[in-house]
Design a protein around this ligand. Structure first.
Ligand SMILES: [Zn+2]
Length: 255
């Protein structure tokens, strides 16, 4: 299984980087997690045919995680996609996603490719034999799903946006990689947690308790000039003994 980030920023983009979104690749299949930036351009950039994208997971309805969904569907429709597209999310996000697409009358376009909506609060969807996506609720200001993607030989867990959440640690037990949001520094933890976010140190604590090998930090707040990704690594290191990665967008990491 490989992972490629299309962006690592939180709500505010940097000059170099778009909002958090990433692609999981396994055995010739692809799953896009959250839909921001320019998804079709990003897929092409890493050599994936957008017509072959298998599945989209949307963790919650906040703008930075969902805004590019209409553009993705519009592009695929214009490209005359025929293959069905599975969209997995929770009930409330599914409602918002459909509202967003309906603003542009996208779901009633003539000859639109089949879309299979899968709504999960807590549970799993079998993508194909041996490949499962599990969604579970995390602690944020709107209904938000963390997720676990498991194949027969590897698994990763993504916290999405959340304050420190026990379920993230439970699902991450035995996983090779935990991708955790890191919205700020130790000194901001009270404010972060109240708004449904975590510090890098708190991400490290959860990774350490879960016993994962690798912690990937993302969802950086680039509107704070005084906070650097180097500081995030250093604070996460104070709580986690494994490998910490700040991903480079468009670089492929083997899980
Ligand atoms: Zn959010």
């Amino acid at each position: 299984m490989n992972i490629v980030f299309f962006g690592t920023s939180g709500g505010v983009q940097s000059a170099e980087d778009s909002n958090v979104s990433f692609l999981i690749l396994y055995q010739g299949n692809s799953i896009l997690v959250d839909v921001s930036g320019s998804p079709v351009q990003s897929l092409k950039k890493v050599g994936i045919n957008p017509l072959e994208l298998d599945c989209v997971v949307i963790t919650h309805e906040h703008t930075d995680h969902i805004y590019a969904l209409p553009s993705l569907i519009h592009n695929l429709w214009l490209m005359k996609r025929e293959k069905p597209l599975t969209i997995i999310t929770n009930t409330s996000t599914e409602r918002k996603a459909k509202e967003l697409c309906n603003l542009f009358s996208l779901l009633s376009r003539e000859a639109l490719f089949p879309m299979k909506w899968v709504s999960i609060e807590e549970g799993k969807h079998v993508v194909e034999p041996g490949v499962e996506i599990s969604l579970f609720p995390v602690v944020h200001s709107v209904s938000t799903s963390g997720l676990k993607i498991s194949t027969s030989y590897s698994s990763i867990v993504y916290s999405s946006d959340t304050s420190p959440c026990e379920k993230v640690g439970l699902y991450a037990k035995g996983a090779k990689m935990l991708i955790h949001e890191s919205s700020g520094s130790v000194g901001e933890e009270n404010v972060l947690n109240k708004s449904g976010h975590s510090s890098a140190r708190q991400a490290g604590e959860i990774a350490e308790r879960a016993g994962v090998k690798t912690l990937v930090l993302c969802h950086f707040d680039f509107s704070k000039r005084e906070y650097s990704t180097e500081q995030a690594i250093s604070e996460a290191k104070s709580a986690f003994r494994g490998l910490i990665i700040i991903p480079d967008s468009f670089k492929s990491y083997l899980i």
